[in-house]
Design a protein around this ligand. Structure first.
Ligand code: DAT
Ligand code: MG
Length: 140
């Protein structure tokens, strides 16, 4: 089925910088729907699950520390091909390289830190989306 759900996070830098509304605006302007939306505090256990693929990488510890540095906005977004579509809205992982017009390209930059503070997370495949939605919203 072409209608998909994806897990979107506004990371602590996005919440701290007051960009929550701007990110939601872009998702809604694209025509995607919000299934769930919650201000949440991550935990080390939840992040170990969420970022399981990155455990052992040099940026893993700073990534987890960053994700624990403040609240995040967790969302389940729905729409036709929204997994690929939200990744396109978000732009490349490195905010310096991310294209203008994208969330990371327009609003993010390199802060010279050990981890890329790039404002948002979006699931990268249907398998990741199903896994991540279950991690953040155990009733879905
Ligand atoms: P994405 O968030 O674009 O899916 P990812 O899953 O490869 O990227 O990495 C997860 C997060 O970890 C990413 O948003 C920022 C951080 N990160 C990834 N690669 C990094 C690197 N080489 N140096 C610093 N931080 C990195
Ligand atoms: Mg990823």
């Amino acid at each position: 089925p072409a209608v998909q759900r994806t897990l979107v996070l506004i990371k602590p830098d996005g919440v701290r910088r007051g960009l929550t509304g701007e990110v939601i605006r872009r998702i809604e302007a694209k025509g995607y729907g919000l299934v769930r939306l919650e201000l949440r505090s991550a935990t080390p256990e939840l992040l170990a699950d969420h970022y399981a693929e990155h455990q052992g990488k040099p940026f893993y510890e700073p990534l987890v520390e960053f994700m624990l540095s403040g609240p995040v906005v967790a969302m389940v977004v729905e729409g036709q091909r929204c997994i690929e579509g939200f990744r396109a809205l978000a732009g490349a992982t490195d905010p310096t390289a991310a294209a203008p017009g994208t969330i990371r390209g327009d609003l993010g930059r390199d802060w010279g830190l050990a981890v890329q503070q790039n404002l948002v997370h979006g699931s990268d495949s249907p398998e990741s989306a199903a896994r991540e939605i279950a991690i953040w919203f155990s009733d879905l």
